[in-house]
Design a protein around this ligand. Structure first.
Ligand code: SF4
Length: 300
């Protein structure tokens, strides 16, 4: 098969092989698990929730052993700028423009002095390109003025920068500095609620509830796994419950499509039917950049 992003998919893939192999939960077990959990709902003890949460995380770790930040970067500065650019758009689109942006303006000093029109031209495809251009130039300016061109490595330092909120700060802390952080984006929040880790909508409250279930050392990878799971299987509108590897641990099983054949057709990216080769390459350790160079479209 030609490894292209638009590789023809095979919606009629066999039920027992919904793309690459992932943990399969028999329907009756998933139903029984969900029914029991929603019945017990409020009564689940903290210890029980911690155990269940960590079991879910272990299974997601087996499902997505290659989970990483999906934005490409080579330095904290690049990740910071890429994360700011990723607002209201996809990581794929950001990854398509950042090589040109960082080739033209490799340092905060370069970007701080860049002509707005030239930067706008590069980031135009991301939407809100004028506002994003203003943001990243102001950000670079502040880094030069107050931090000698270095990206601060603390939550306080990062959130004091223009246009940088907690989510962006935790992305940078967790992925560029190796400091634990929970990145509560739309996928993370939705899944945390579906799993019953929280009932909160406010990202900071979600963050605090989830932080009580996992040790800090797991926070960054948990964030990646929940985001991967949200993008590939537990979608906002039609989660693919029928092929979900954590169906028996999820009180929201049944929110989406439970028929395995129909659910398999909802899988995205490397799990989508017809993309087994891409999944294999991920498992072999190929990086996202390598895979893109090989011609794969990686979604997200
Ligand atoms: S896909 Fe369904 S079973 Fe899986 S986590 Fe989402 S809601 Fe729960």
């Amino acid at each position: 098969m030609s490894p292209t992003g638009s590789a023809p998919q095979t919606p009629s893939a066999p039920v027992d092989a919904p793309g690459p192999s992932i943990r399969r939960v028999p329907e009756d077990k998933a139903r029984a698990g969900a029914a029991g959990r929603s019945r017990r709902g409020q009564e689940e003890t903290h210890t029980g929730r911690v155990r269940r949460a960590r079991r879910i995380d272990r299974i997601l770790a087996e499902t997505y052993p290659y989970a990483v930040a999906e934005l490409d970067f080579d330095s904290p500065f690049q990740l910071l700028v890429a994360t700011v650019l990723s607002a209201q758009t996809t990581d794929v689109k950001v990854n398509a423009v950042t090589p040109q942006l960082f080739a033209a303006y490799p340092t905060p000093q370069d970007l701080a002095q860049a002509p707005h029109e030239a930067v706008e031209e590069i980031v135009r495809s991301l939407g809100f390109y004028r506002a994003k251009t203003r943001s990243i130039i102001a950000l670079a300016d502040r880094l030069v003025d107050e931090h000698d061109g270095e990206v601060p490595d603390t939550l306080e330092g990062l959130t004091a920068l223009p246009g940088v909120g907690r989510k962006t700060a935790f992305v940078v802390l967790g992925n560029a500095f190796g400091r634990p952080g929970l990145t509560v984006d739309t996928h993370f929040g939705r899944l945390a609620r579906r799993f019953g880790f929280t009932e909160q909508e406010d990202p900071v409250k979600v963050e605090h509830d989830v932080a009580e279930l996992f040790p800090p050392k797991d926070w960054t990878m948990l964030s990646h796994r929940l985001i991967y799971h949200g993008r590939r299987i537990c979608h906002a509108r039609r989660p693919a419950c029928g092929v979900c590897p954590v169906a028996d641990l999820c009180p929201s099983y049944g929110t989406g499509v439970t028929d395995p054949q129909a659910a398999a057709r909802l899988l995205k990216y490397e799990f989508a039917p017809g993309r087994e080769q891409l999944h294999r390459r991920f498992l072999e350790g190929a990086t996202r950049r390598q895979l893109r160079a090989e011609g794969y479209g990686l979604g997200a």
